[in-house]
Design a protein around this ligand. Structure first.
Ligand SMILES: Cc1cc2nc3c(=O)[nH]c(=O)nc-3n(C[C@H](O)[C@H](O)[C@H](O)COP(=O)(O)OP(=O)(O)OC[C@H]3O[C@@H](n4cnc5c(N)ncnc54)[C@H](O)[C@@H]3O)c2cc1C
Length: 383
């Protein structure tokens, strides 16, 4: 076991650090407070090879490992927290499912612009009546001619207000076995958006109504029976979510650490008060522990998908740690931490959302408990 980065990882991290310093440091604050997707950043990242890090070279990616993508997200977030979302979109989310399971035609049409930083893909799983119980989803795909008629609705979809295409979980038939996925162009006839809303993190979202949307057969990604594969791919999204939680927690910690070495009260630096020293010690322990769990899940995945158990452990711990540390950092910075002059309050708000998005912490703990007891615990009432 070796806890050091390899020379290649060091080199990669240094190159990302230089890129972030040169292109992302300036404007980091404004970017975090803008509701817009940072398209300029996406294009710069595409040119730098930071989109598609884990995607095969044959598909236009870099052929790297999941840990490389985690290193990229951390290094970018340390300079510009909002830009880490672009690394997520280009590496961890539904893009990876598309790269893994998509047909050559789907990849040609959708993957290319995604890797060029010119497009965004969103994932639509959650529905008004099926959140944690995702397999209860009702959006139906009924065979018609050379395709399917899709009816249903999706809520809370990240990037719903500016994505071009939606990897949509649909039901081809009853039960878990009836679930699969299709690609839906968000400008297609029958796609309608509800009123725009905002999360506490300031991200916008809008309910997506799918009303008799015709989906050609060649836009099916996974047919019925594809749910397990879909979730295996979704574990990559969870790793990106965990990585951002940890990275934004660390960003806030670094700001607070610098502040504690500069700000004086009662004639002493904040870092000289033991009450705050212990807070920092706790933050440091949590961040390091979370990082090890995250790296374990990512490193063991290598070029494949991470294990469900290691992903659940990493995400649950990183989500909690990111939020706790960012929140403690805010406290240490007092009124300044709570103010929008600093991005610490932004980190707290973003980290709070990741405790729910991509599988809430409680649902991840259910998954971990199943591994602990080596049995499944159905959450539904007995018939
Ligand atoms: C910032 C953000 C971004 C998101 N982005 C997307 C996206 O891009 N695409 C998408 O499809 N969805 C997205 N979501 C939705 C997210 O996946 C759901 O919010 C999540 O799955 C929980 O569903 P729910 O909100 O309906 O809560 P519910 O399922 O109603 O759960 C409410 C609470 O009860 C708990 N709970 C439920 N069942 C159990 C149980 N069996 N045991 C213990 N506790 C339980 C949950 O953990 C939660 O705390 C996003 C959400 C957020 C906050």
């Amino acid at each position: 076991m070796d806890f050091r980065y390899t020379p290649e990882q060091e080199q990669f991290r240094d190159s990302v650090r230089r890129f972030a310093g040169n292109h992302l440091a300036q404007g980091a604050h404004a970017r975090a407070h803008s509701p817009e997707y940072p398209w300029d950043v996406a294009q710069l990242m595409a040119a730098q090879g930071l989109l598609g890090i884990t995607i095969a070279e044959a598909d236009g990616g870099q052929g790297g490992s999941l840990l490389d993508a985690v290193l990229a997200i951390e290094t970018v977030a340390a300079v510009c927290p909002k830009s880490a979302d672009v690394v997520q979109v280009g590496n961890f989310g539904p893009i990876r499912v598309l790269a893994e399971y998509g047909t050559p035609r789907q990849k040609e049409r959708y993957l290319k612009p995604l890797l060029a930083g010119a497009s965004v893909i969103a994932v639509g799983m959650t529905e008004p009546e099926s959140g944690s119980a995702v397999t209860d989803l009702e959006t139906a795909a009924i065979a018609e001619g050379d395709g399917y008629r899709v009816n249903g609705s999706k809520v809370f979809t990240t990037h719903s207000t500016h994505a071009d295409v939606l990897l949509t979980y649909v039901r081809f038939g009853p039960g878990v076995g009836g679930i699969g996925s299709v690609l839906i162009d968000l400008k297609a006839p029958g796609v309608r958006f509800g009123q725009r809303s905002k999360f506490m993190s300031d991200e916008t979202w809008a309910q997506i109504y799918l009303e008799n949307v015709f989906v050609p057969a060649d836009m099916v990604v996974l047919r019925e029976g594809g749910f397990k594969k879909q979730i295996a791919g979704f574990n990559v999204e969870r790793i990106g979510n965990a990585a951002r939680s940890l990275a934004l927690g660390r960003y806030a910690y670094e700001r607070a650490r610098a502040w504690a070495m500069e700000r004086k009260q009662f004639g002493r630096l904040l870092c000289e008060f033991q009450g705050l020293q212990w807070k920092f010690a706790d933050m440091k322990v949590k961040l390091d522990a979370a990082q090890l769990l995250l790296y374990r899940a990512a490193a063991n995945a290598d070029r494949g998908f991470p294990s469900a158990e290691e992903t659940a452990i990493a995400k649950a711990f990183c989500n909690q740690t990111g939020f706790d540390v960012a929140n403690d950092a805010l406290q240490v910075m007092g009124g300044l931490g709570f103010s929008q002059e600093e991005l610490v309050e932004y980190c707290v708000r973003r980290c709070r959302g990741w405790m729910i998005a991509g599988g809430p912490i409680e649902i991840l703990k259910n998954r971990i408990a199943e591994a602990v007891f080596e049995r499944s615990f159905p959450q539904r009432p007995a018939n």
